[in-house]
Design a binder for this molecule. Sequence first.
Ligand SMILES: NC(=O)c1ccc[n+]([C@@H]2O[C@H](COP(=O)([O-])OP(=O)(O)OC[C@H]3O[C@@H](n4cnc5c(N)ncnc54)[C@H](OP(=O)(O)O)[C@@H]3O)[C@@H](O)[C@H]2O)c1
Length: 301
Amino acid sequence: MKYVDFPGTKERISVIGLGTWVFGGENWGGADDRACVAAAGEALALGMNFIDTAPFYADGRSEELVGQAVKGQREKAFIATKCGLVRENGRVRHDLTPASVAREAEQSLRRMDCDVIDLYMCHWPDPATPVEKTMEAFLKLRAEKKIRHIGVSNFDLDLLKKACAVAPVATLEVQYSLLERGIESGLLPFCRDNGIGVIAYGALGGGILTGKYVKMPSFGKWDARRMFYHHFEGENLKKAQKLVKQMQAFDLPLNQVALSWVRQRPGVMTVLAGCRDVHQVRENAGAADFDLPDGFNVWSR
Ligand SMILES: NC(=O)c1ccc[n+]([C@@H]2O[C@H](COP(=O)([O-])OP(=O)(O)OC[C@H]3O[C@@H](n4cnc5c(N)ncnc54)[C@H](OP(=O)(O)O)[C@@H]3O)[C@@H](O)[C@H]2O)c1
Protein backbone atom coordinates (compact mmCIF):
# COMPACT_ATOMS: atom_id res chain seq x y z
CA MET A 1 0.00 0.00 0.00
CA LYS A 2 1.07 3.58 -0.59
CA TYR A 3 0.34 6.36 1.90
CA VAL A 4 -0.01 10.15 1.96
CA ASP A 5 -0.01 12.58 4.87
CA PHE A 6 -3.47 13.55 6.09
CA PRO A 7 -3.65 17.33 5.43
CA GLY A 8 -1.78 19.38 8.02
CA THR A 9 -0.59 16.31 9.95
CA LYS A 10 1.97 13.53 9.80
CA GLU A 11 -0.75 10.86 9.97
CA ARG A 12 -0.39 8.37 7.14
CA ILE A 13 -3.49 7.61 5.10
CA SER A 14 -3.75 4.86 2.49
CA VAL A 15 -4.13 6.11 -1.08
CA ILE A 16 -6.85 3.49 -1.66
CA GLY A 17 -9.61 3.61 0.92
CA LEU A 18 -12.40 1.18 1.69
CA GLY A 19 -15.88 2.33 0.69
CA THR A 20 -18.68 0.71 2.68
CA TRP A 21 -21.92 1.92 1.14
CA VAL A 22 -22.47 -1.67 0.05
CA PHE A 23 -22.25 -2.87 3.68
CA GLY A 24 -25.72 -3.80 4.87
CA GLY A 25 -26.70 -4.24 1.23
CA GLU A 26 -29.63 -1.81 1.20
CA ASN A 27 -28.82 -0.01 -2.07
CA TRP A 28 -26.67 -2.69 -3.66
CA GLY A 29 -28.97 -5.67 -4.13
CA GLY A 30 -28.10 -7.15 -0.74
CA ALA A 31 -24.77 -7.98 0.87
CA ASP A 32 -23.53 -10.61 3.27
CA ASP A 33 -22.69 -9.19 6.73
CA ARG A 34 -19.92 -11.65 7.41
CA ALA A 35 -18.34 -11.08 4.01
CA CYS A 36 -18.44 -7.30 4.62
CA VAL A 37 -16.78 -7.57 8.05
CA ALA A 38 -14.17 -9.87 6.52
CA ALA A 39 -13.65 -7.34 3.70
CA ALA A 40 -12.91 -4.56 6.19
CA GLY A 41 -10.60 -6.88 8.15
CA GLU A 42 -8.76 -7.73 4.94
CA ALA A 43 -8.47 -4.04 4.05
CA LEU A 44 -6.74 -3.39 7.39
CA ALA A 45 -4.50 -6.42 6.94
CA LEU A 46 -3.41 -5.04 3.57
CA GLY A 47 -2.69 -1.64 5.09
CA MET A 48 -5.78 0.02 3.58
CA ASN A 49 -6.37 2.02 6.73
CA PHE A 50 -8.84 4.63 5.43
CA ILE A 51 -12.42 3.40 5.92
CA ASP A 52 -15.36 5.48 4.78
CA THR A 53 -18.84 4.88 6.16
CA ALA A 54 -22.02 6.84 6.96
CA PRO A 55 -25.23 6.48 8.98
CA PHE A 56 -27.12 6.65 5.68
CA TYR A 57 -25.57 3.38 4.48
CA ALA A 58 -28.16 0.71 5.25
CA ASP A 59 -29.56 2.91 8.01
CA GLY A 60 -26.54 2.53 10.31
CA ARG A 61 -25.77 -1.09 9.53
CA SER A 62 -22.61 -0.14 7.63
CA GLU A 63 -21.26 1.70 10.70
CA GLU A 64 -22.09 -1.29 12.90
CA LEU A 65 -20.23 -3.68 10.61
CA VAL A 66 -17.23 -1.33 10.42
CA GLY A 67 -17.26 -1.23 14.23
CA GLN A 68 -17.22 -5.03 14.35
CA ALA A 69 -14.32 -5.19 11.90
CA VAL A 70 -12.09 -2.75 13.79
CA LYS A 71 -12.79 -4.23 17.23
CA GLY A 72 -9.47 -5.01 18.89
CA GLN A 73 -7.51 -3.19 16.17
CA ARG A 74 -9.02 0.29 16.25
CA GLU A 75 -5.57 1.93 16.12
CA LYS A 76 -4.98 0.43 12.66
CA ALA A 77 -7.99 2.21 11.15
CA PHE A 78 -8.66 5.81 10.17
CA ILE A 79 -12.47 5.98 10.20
CA ALA A 80 -14.41 8.60 8.32
CA THR A 81 -18.14 8.94 8.81
CA LYS A 82 -20.75 11.57 8.09
CA CYS A 83 -23.91 13.32 9.17
CA GLY A 84 -26.71 15.31 7.63
CA LEU A 85 -28.97 12.72 6.00
CA VAL A 86 -31.58 11.86 8.58
CA ARG A 87 -34.23 9.19 8.17
CA GLU A 88 -37.72 9.88 9.42
CA ASN A 89 -40.93 7.97 8.70
CA GLY A 90 -39.36 6.18 5.76
CA ARG A 91 -38.03 9.39 4.19
CA VAL A 92 -34.58 10.99 4.19
CA ARG A 93 -34.18 14.69 4.97
CA HIS A 94 -31.17 16.99 5.05
CA ASP A 95 -30.37 18.19 8.55
CA LEU A 96 -27.12 19.87 9.52
CA THR A 97 -28.51 21.84 12.43
CA PRO A 98 -26.14 21.81 15.45
CA ALA A 99 -28.53 19.71 17.55
CA SER A 100 -28.86 17.07 14.85
CA VAL A 101 -25.10 17.01 14.16
CA ALA A 102 -24.38 16.44 17.87
CA ARG A 103 -27.04 13.70 18.08
CA GLU A 104 -25.79 11.93 14.96
CA ALA A 105 -22.19 11.96 16.17
CA GLU A 106 -23.24 10.23 19.40
CA GLN A 107 -25.24 7.65 17.44
CA SER A 108 -22.29 6.93 15.12
CA LEU A 109 -19.90 6.49 18.05
CA ARG A 110 -22.35 4.11 19.66
CA ARG A 111 -22.91 2.07 16.50
CA MET A 112 -19.18 1.72 15.88
CA ASP A 113 -18.46 1.24 19.59
CA CYS A 114 -15.62 3.77 19.31
CA ASP A 115 -14.45 6.71 21.45
CA VAL A 116 -13.62 9.01 18.58
CA ILE A 117 -14.32 9.56 14.88
CA ASP A 118 -11.13 10.30 12.94
CA LEU A 119 -12.81 12.33 10.21
CA TYR A 120 -16.34 13.71 10.48
CA MET A 121 -18.03 15.08 7.39
CA CYS A 122 -21.22 16.77 6.27
CA HIS A 123 -22.63 14.16 3.91
CA TRP A 124 -24.60 16.56 1.69
CA PRO A 125 -25.38 20.28 2.08
CA ASP A 126 -28.44 21.30 4.05
CA PRO A 127 -29.83 24.39 2.29
CA ALA A 128 -31.95 25.29 5.33
CA THR A 129 -29.03 25.56 7.78
CA PRO A 130 -26.27 28.16 7.48
CA VAL A 131 -23.03 26.24 7.01
CA GLU A 132 -21.38 28.50 9.60
CA LYS A 133 -23.70 27.07 12.29
CA THR A 134 -22.88 23.53 11.19
CA MET A 135 -19.15 24.19 11.29
CA GLU A 136 -19.48 25.63 14.81
CA ALA A 137 -21.13 22.35 15.85
CA PHE A 138 -18.22 20.44 14.31
CA LEU A 139 -15.70 22.61 16.20
CA LYS A 140 -17.56 21.85 19.43
CA LEU A 141 -17.39 18.11 18.74
CA ARG A 142 -13.68 18.46 18.08
CA ALA A 143 -13.15 20.38 21.33
CA GLU A 144 -15.03 17.57 23.13
CA LYS A 145 -12.64 15.06 21.48
CA LYS A 146 -15.50 13.17 19.83
CA ILE A 147 -14.10 13.87 16.37
CA ARG A 148 -10.49 14.54 15.33
CA HIS A 149 -10.74 16.17 11.89
CA ILE A 150 -13.40 18.03 9.94
CA GLY A 151 -14.46 17.38 6.36
CA VAL A 152 -17.30 18.04 3.96
CA SER A 153 -18.80 16.12 1.08
CA ASN A 154 -20.66 17.10 -2.07
CA PHE A 155 -20.16 20.83 -1.41
CA ASP A 156 -19.84 23.25 -4.30
CA LEU A 157 -17.03 25.79 -4.34
CA ASP A 158 -18.98 28.65 -2.72
CA LEU A 159 -20.17 26.49 0.16
CA LEU A 160 -16.72 24.99 0.64
CA LYS A 161 -15.20 28.48 0.91
CA LYS A 162 -17.84 29.48 3.48
CA ALA A 163 -17.12 26.36 5.55
CA CYS A 164 -13.36 26.99 5.35
CA ALA A 165 -13.86 30.51 6.71
CA VAL A 166 -15.21 29.06 9.97
CA ALA A 167 -13.40 25.76 10.49
CA PRO A 168 -10.24 24.00 9.33
CA VAL A 169 -11.81 21.84 6.64
CA ALA A 170 -9.23 19.12 5.94
CA THR A 171 -10.99 17.16 3.22
CA LEU A 172 -13.64 17.26 0.52
CA GLU A 173 -15.29 14.00 -0.52
CA VAL A 174 -16.72 14.09 -4.05
CA GLN A 175 -17.49 11.92 -7.04
CA TYR A 176 -14.50 11.72 -9.36
CA SER A 177 -13.81 9.11 -11.99
CA LEU A 178 -12.90 8.70 -15.63
CA LEU A 179 -16.62 9.12 -16.26
CA GLU A 180 -17.32 11.99 -13.89
CA ARG A 181 -14.77 14.79 -14.08
CA GLY A 182 -16.80 17.84 -13.07
CA ILE A 183 -14.50 18.77 -10.18
CA GLU A 184 -11.57 19.46 -12.48
CA SER A 185 -12.82 22.92 -13.43
CA GLY A 186 -13.03 24.42 -9.93
CA LEU A 187 -13.13 22.25 -6.84
CA LEU A 188 -10.01 20.17 -7.52
CA PRO A 189 -7.68 23.13 -8.20
CA PHE A 190 -9.11 24.99 -5.17
CA CYS A 191 -8.46 22.00 -2.90
CA ARG A 192 -4.99 21.51 -4.34
CA ASP A 193 -4.12 25.18 -3.80
CA ASN A 194 -5.49 25.23 -0.27
CA GLY A 195 -4.16 21.95 1.10
CA ILE A 196 -7.59 20.29 1.27
CA GLY A 197 -7.36 16.56 0.58
CA VAL A 198 -9.80 15.25 -2.01
CA ILE A 199 -11.42 11.91 -1.22
CA ALA A 200 -12.74 10.54 -4.50
CA TYR A 201 -15.78 8.30 -4.56
CA GLY A 202 -17.41 6.42 -7.44
CA ALA A 203 -14.00 5.88 -9.06
CA LEU A 204 -15.25 2.51 -10.33
CA GLY A 205 -18.35 4.23 -11.66
CA GLY A 206 -20.44 2.09 -9.33
CA GLY A 207 -18.76 -1.00 -10.82
CA ILE A 208 -19.25 -0.29 -14.53
CA LEU A 209 -15.57 0.64 -15.02
CA THR A 210 -14.53 -2.85 -13.92
CA GLY A 211 -15.83 -3.96 -17.33
CA LYS A 212 -17.96 -6.75 -15.84
CA TYR A 213 -21.30 -5.59 -17.25
CA VAL A 214 -21.52 -7.43 -20.56
CA LYS A 215 -25.31 -7.44 -20.35
CA MET A 216 -26.99 -4.84 -18.15
CA PRO A 217 -28.90 -6.30 -15.20
CA SER A 218 -32.18 -4.58 -14.28
CA PHE A 219 -31.52 -2.96 -10.92
CA GLY A 220 -34.20 -2.30 -8.29
CA LYS A 221 -35.67 1.20 -7.87
CA TRP A 222 -33.43 2.09 -4.92
CA ASP A 223 -30.31 0.38 -6.19
CA ALA A 224 -27.38 2.83 -6.21
CA ARG A 225 -26.54 1.83 -9.76
CA ARG A 226 -29.97 3.08 -10.85
CA MET A 227 -30.76 6.01 -8.55
CA PHE A 228 -27.21 7.38 -7.98
CA TYR A 229 -24.78 6.23 -10.68
CA HIS A 230 -26.29 7.31 -13.97
CA HIS A 231 -23.44 5.79 -15.99
CA PHE A 232 -25.65 2.74 -16.42
CA GLU A 233 -28.26 4.54 -18.55
CA GLY A 234 -28.81 5.66 -22.15
CA GLU A 235 -26.09 7.83 -23.66
CA ASN A 236 -24.02 7.56 -20.47
CA LEU A 237 -23.96 3.81 -20.84
CA LYS A 238 -22.60 4.09 -24.39
CA LYS A 239 -19.91 6.50 -23.13
CA ALA A 240 -19.00 4.10 -20.32
CA GLN A 241 -18.80 1.13 -22.67
CA LYS A 242 -16.58 3.09 -25.08
CA LEU A 243 -14.30 4.01 -22.23
CA VAL A 244 -14.11 0.42 -21.00
CA LYS A 245 -13.05 -0.62 -24.53
CA GLN A 246 -10.25 1.97 -24.49
CA MET A 247 -9.14 0.75 -21.08
CA GLN A 248 -9.04 -2.85 -22.34
CA ALA A 249 -6.30 -1.91 -24.78
CA PHE A 250 -3.90 -2.06 -21.84
CA ASP A 251 -2.97 -5.31 -20.21
CA LEU A 252 -4.06 -4.47 -16.67
CA PRO A 253 -7.13 -5.26 -14.54
CA LEU A 254 -9.70 -2.58 -15.38
CA ASN A 255 -10.64 -1.91 -11.75
CA GLN A 256 -7.01 -1.04 -11.08
CA VAL A 257 -6.74 1.20 -14.15
CA ALA A 258 -9.88 3.09 -13.04
CA LEU A 259 -8.66 3.52 -9.45
CA SER A 260 -5.05 4.34 -10.34
CA TRP A 261 -6.09 6.98 -12.84
CA VAL A 262 -7.99 8.87 -10.13
CA ARG A 263 -5.29 8.24 -7.52
CA GLN A 264 -2.67 9.85 -9.77
CA ARG A 265 -4.59 13.09 -10.32
CA PRO A 266 -2.75 15.81 -8.38
CA GLY A 267 -4.79 16.92 -5.37
CA VAL A 268 -6.45 13.55 -4.78
CA MET A 269 -5.64 12.25 -1.29
CA THR A 270 -7.48 8.92 -1.26
CA VAL A 271 -9.59 7.00 -3.75
CA LEU A 272 -12.44 5.00 -2.29
CA ALA A 273 -13.32 1.60 -3.70
CA GLY A 274 -16.62 0.08 -2.63
CA CYS A 275 -16.01 -3.58 -1.79
CA ARG A 276 -18.45 -6.30 -0.72
CA ASP A 277 -15.92 -9.10 -0.03
CA VAL A 278 -12.23 -9.89 0.48
CA HIS A 279 -11.82 -10.72 -3.18
CA GLN A 280 -12.77 -7.19 -4.27
CA VAL A 281 -10.62 -5.67 -1.51
CA ARG A 282 -7.54 -7.57 -2.72
CA GLU A 283 -8.17 -6.65 -6.35
CA ASN A 284 -8.69 -2.99 -5.52
CA ALA A 285 -5.79 -2.68 -3.08
CA GLY A 286 -3.56 -3.71 -6.00
CA ALA A 287 -4.25 -0.32 -7.60
CA ALA A 288 -1.76 1.22 -5.17
CA ASP A 289 1.09 -1.00 -6.31
CA PHE A 290 1.89 0.59 -9.65
CA ASP A 291 1.68 3.93 -11.41
CA LEU A 292 0.10 4.19 -14.83
CA PRO A 293 2.70 5.41 -17.31
CA ASP A 294 2.06 8.73 -19.07
CA GLY A 295 0.63 6.90 -22.05
CA PHE A 296 -2.30 5.87 -19.89
CA ASN A 297 -3.39 9.44 -19.59
CA VAL A 298 -5.22 9.22 -22.90
CA TRP A 299 -8.44 10.43 -21.33
CA SER A 300 -7.00 13.61 -19.89
CA ARG A 301 -8.27 16.85 -21.30
N1 LIG B 1 -19.97 11.12 0.14
C1 LIG B 1 -20.87 10.61 -0.67
O1 LIG B 1 -21.91 11.22 -0.96
C2 LIG B 1 -20.63 9.26 -1.28
C3 LIG B 1 -21.40 8.84 -2.38
C4 LIG B 1 -21.13 7.60 -2.93
C5 LIG B 1 -20.13 6.81 -2.39
N2 LIG B 1 -19.42 7.23 -1.31
C6 LIG B 1 -18.38 6.39 -0.69
O2 LIG B 1 -17.48 6.00 -1.70
C7 LIG B 1 -17.40 4.57 -1.72
C8 LIG B 1 -17.09 4.09 -3.13
O3 LIG B 1 -18.15 4.37 -4.00
P1 LIG B 1 -19.27 3.30 -4.36
O4 LIG B 1 -19.12 2.11 -3.50
O5 LIG B 1 -20.58 3.99 -4.34
O6 LIG B 1 -18.97 2.98 -5.88
P2 LIG B 1 -17.68 2.37 -6.61
O7 LIG B 1 -16.53 2.24 -5.71
O8 LIG B 1 -17.51 3.14 -7.86
O9 LIG B 1 -18.23 0.93 -7.01
C9 LIG B 1 -18.41 -0.02 -6.02
C10 LIG B 1 -19.00 -1.29 -6.61
O10 LIG B 1 -18.19 -1.79 -7.66
C11 LIG B 1 -18.16 -3.20 -7.62
N3 LIG B 1 -16.77 -3.60 -7.46
C12 LIG B 1 -15.87 -3.17 -6.54
N4 LIG B 1 -14.67 -3.73 -6.70
C13 LIG B 1 -14.80 -4.58 -7.75
C14 LIG B 1 -13.91 -5.44 -8.40
N5 LIG B 1 -12.64 -5.55 -8.01
N6 LIG B 1 -14.36 -6.15 -9.47
C15 LIG B 1 -15.63 -6.03 -9.88
N7 LIG B 1 -16.54 -5.23 -9.29
C16 LIG B 1 -16.13 -4.50 -8.23
C17 LIG B 1 -19.00 -3.63 -6.41
O11 LIG B 1 -20.34 -3.82 -6.83
P3 LIG B 1 -21.03 -5.23 -7.03
O12 LIG B 1 -20.22 -6.28 -6.33
O13 LIG B 1 -22.37 -5.04 -6.48
O14 LIG B 1 -21.04 -5.41 -8.50
C18 LIG B 1 -19.01 -2.39 -5.57
O15 LIG B 1 -20.13 -2.29 -4.73
C19 LIG B 1 -18.75 4.13 -1.16
O16 LIG B 1 -18.72 2.77 -0.76
C20 LIG B 1 -18.90 5.12 -0.04
O17 LIG B 1 -18.09 4.75 1.06
C21 LIG B 1 -19.64 8.45 -0.77
